[in-house]
Design a protein around this ligand. Structure first.
Ligand code: BTN
Length: 241
């Protein structure tokens, strides 16, 4: 069921309320405190984009495999975009990029109960019809800017929720290898030499060779050494023109 709000602090926070069950979607026209990854805010112009959260109850999944949810969700966004002729890539862990610009952000939050994933909140911000962005944002882009036309946000939501449930079914049916393969084939910068930054500010050049089932990013350094990085252990250096 889809629940709609004019304004919420954050759809991810609303989605933690006990009345929501698996498959429910909470949409807000505006968020007063939209949250992004790494403590950032998520900015979105009212009435132009999509900001929503999907409730999942993936008790079938061992918490040590939770990265598969990230993969399934990122792939679903790419699947939806393909239906509009937009070829997107997944910037590890789950940003959705077209070229070097960010089209969509995903914030996934889990609630554990004992040893099982009782609830997972999948928050998605997707830039659809917005064409002007705050200068503070490093590299935003919208579907309208890419395709040079406006989109019906309701249709986009319908297509996206269908794609999300399809990829989730793939995960529930144990098709983990297929998900992992599809995720790899969509990875931004796979097998290309680029620049990366470490938390201490130092930089190095390397080539992404893949992502481990745990979610760690494997980068081959210039001397051929393969190193795995967890979330927050490495940053992409992106120069946008
Ligand atoms: C990121 O790229 O940093 C993740 C952004 C996630 C934004 C969405 S908008 C809907 C949901 N509610 C939130 O507060 N955040 C997510």
């Amino acid at each position: 069921m889809i629940y709609r709000f004019d304004i919420l602090p954050s759809t991810n926070d609303e989605a933690t309320a006990p009345q929501y069950v698996e498959g429910d979607i909470i949409v807000a026209e505006r968020q007063s405190a939209g949250r992004g990854q790494r403590g950032h805010r998520w900015e979105s112009c009212q009435g132009e984009n999509l900001t929503f959260s999907l409730v999942l109850e993936p008790r079938f999944l061992n918490p040590s495999h939770q990265f598969l949810i990230s993969e399934a969700v990122a792939l679903a966004v790419c699947d939806m975009l393909m239906t509009y002729g937009i070829e997107a890539r997944i910037k590890w862990t789950n940003d959705i990029y077209v070229g070097d610009r960010k089209l969509s952000g995903i914030l996934i939050e889990h609630k554990l109960q004992g040893a099982s994933l009782a609830r997972t909140i999948v928050g998605i911000g997707l830039n659809i019809n917005q064409t002007e962005f705050s200068a503070d944002l490093p590299n935003p882009v919208s579907m309208a800017q890419i395709a040079h036309r406006c989109f019906d946000r309701e249709k986009v939501l319908g297509e996206l929720s269908e794609r999300l449930m399809r990829r989730y079914a793939q995960l529930r049916d144990g098709e983990q290898d297929a998900l992992q393969q599809d995720y790899h084939s969509r990875l931004y910068r796979l097998d290309q030499v680029h620049c990366y930054a470490l938390p201490d500010g130092s930089r190095f050049r390397g080539t992404i060779r893949g992502v481990e089932p745990t979610g760690a990013l494997c980068i081959e350094k210039e001397m051929g050494e393969l190193q795995s990085f967890l979330f927050k252990e490495v940053e992409f250096v992106i120069q946008c023109r």
